[in-house]
Design a protein around this ligand. Structure first.
Ligand code: SF4
Length: 454
């Protein structure tokens, strides 16, 4: 009789990242942060690529359990399907004691059992190897010993030609040599995780690099709640390791850090700037901006599955651009990547320097970016140290303005742009989308414009 499982592959990976996260996930799930839109989009992308990978092994039997209550049944059905010689099984479930895994694809060929785990990224990471090692261990312990274990990843060299060819789109790599030496580490780790899960309290774990690596933890709202809004994590000129080290030494704010020994000139400079609390621009940059430097906002998409012929997976394409020059705004919406490239090339040919938020996909255009300017100490935007997205930067710039405007994020803008590709969309709806995207671009231009106002 199968017991209810306690460790799945995602929990196993979670436990490696942080045992407190493992405990909270299982025992205090209501404390979890709300799922971010980017995270949801990542899951959806992973799911779509998993389905696409089925085409590598067509005609398989899908044994995916539809709900947690079906896990035990799925394990039994998988065992029966293997015994019956089913050639290909999608979502094959295996359980050993309290550990359960659902393998993406299992193939039986020439009396051999091949296991395939599908990932939507282009590279093999240490986390994927740990994940595969755990799956191999559970399968083996349950009595099904794979002859080989493969990782199916996206081939970075694939060049799209319709219709998409899954054989070319994916790369299949054997991980057996890497996961066999890890097998002896798995049982002790599971024992430790079970012990953690049964404890009356969560383990005491300080915040650290593990809060965002390899995955952003969904308990940051809980663990980081004592971190002040104006904390040292907002600083740019400190490495993450330095920030955590100083924080755990009791330096929580830039003010406290100011009294600390051993700061570099850059760090001292940044703390001084941060404490003044306002946007700061060097005289050199101020002069360049006052020479009517145009503002440029460019938005891009990096689709995992190429949208156009000749593109590679995750290749960045320009979806829209807005430029403000001499108080005149121009908005450009592109329907093909070539149009975006031509737009940037035109700017480049005019040797036009622009102020932008981030590096443009077309690297040879002459431009000024917010992050490069900050690194060069030409500009300082207090609080930008832990902000990574263009939207966050724009919000910081807009922070002190009177606007309460809610603005969509890059993800939503990308989804709207994708909808425009639907030829069956009514003209009126297309028009409304264009208006929204225009407003979105102008919001970013206005945020950049605040640099000019200072
Ligand atoms: S936020 Fe950090 S410390 Fe807290 S559970 Fe997550 S990884 Fe662990």
């Amino acid at each position: 009789m199968l017991k209810t499982h306690k460790i799945s592959k995602s929990l196993y990976i979670r436990g490696i990242q942080c045992t407190k996260s493992l405990y909270l996930h299982k025992n205090r799930p209501f404390l979890r942060d709300r799922l971010k839109a980017e995270q949801r989009a990542k899951y959806e992308r992973g799911h779509a690529i998993g389905i696409l990978a089925h085409q590598l092994f067509p005609g398989g039997l899908n044994l995916a359990p539809k709900s947690p209550s079906q896990y035990k049944q799925a394990v039994i059905k998988t065992a029966e399907a293997i015994a019956a010689g089913t050639k290909v099984i999608y979502e094959a479930s295996f359980q050993h004691q309290q550990s359960l895994v659902i393998l993406d694809i299992l193939q039986q060929k020439d009396d051999k059992i091949m296991a395939f785990e599908v990932k939507s990224s282009r590279a093999i990471t240490e986390t994927y190897i740990q994940d595969a090692a755990f799956q191999y261990w559970v399968m083996t312990q349950s009595g099904v010993i794979p002859d080989d274990f493969f990782l199916v990843t996206v081939n970075p060299e694939y060049v799209h030609k319709a219709p998409l060819d899954p054989q070319q789109y994916f790369t299949i790599t054997s991980l057996l040599d890497q996961i066999l030496p890890l097998q002896e580490t798995i049982q002790p780790r599971i024992d430790h995780f079970l012990h953690v899960l049964e404890a009356p309290h969560s383990p005491k774990v300080k915040i650290g690099r593990q809060c965002t690596h390899p995955y952003p933890c969904d308990f940051q709202g809980l663990c980081w709640k004592k971190v002040p809004i104006h904390s040292i994590f907002n600083l740019n000129f400190f490495t993450p390791e330095e920030k955590f080290q100083r924080y755990h030494q009791g330096y929580e704010t830039p003010q406290q850090l100011m009294k600390c020994d051993g700061l570099s000139d850059d760090q001292q400079w940044e703390i001084d700037r941060y404490i003044t609390g306002s946007l700061w621009i060097s005289d050199t940059l101020r002069k360049r901006i006052s020479d009517t430097l145009p503002l440029l906002f460019v938005d891009t998409l990096k689709p995992a599955i190429p949208l156009f012929e000749g593109m590679k997976p995750y290749e960045e394409i320009i979806t829209l651009a807005a430029i403000r020059k001499n108080d005149q705004d121009r908005f450009h919406l592109f329907s093909h990547p070539e149009e975006g490239k031509i737009f940037l090339k035109t700017l480049e040919e005019k040797a036009m320097q622009c102020l932008t938020f981030s590096t443009l996909p077309c690297h040879n255009i002459s431009h000024l970016t917010m992050s490069a300017l900050q690194q060069a100490k030409q500009l300082y935007l207090p609080g930008s140290g832990n902000k990574t997205s263009i939207r966050e930067m724009a919000q910081l710039l807009y922070g002190k303005s009177k606007t309460n405007e809610k603005q969509m994020d890059t993800l939503e803008a990308g989804q709207l742009w994708m909808r425009l590709r639907d030829n069956s969309l009514p003209e009126e709806e297309k028009k409304q989308i264009k208006v929204k995207l225009n407003a979105y671009s102008l919001w970013h231009l206005n945020a950049l414009g605040r640099v000019e106002e200072v």
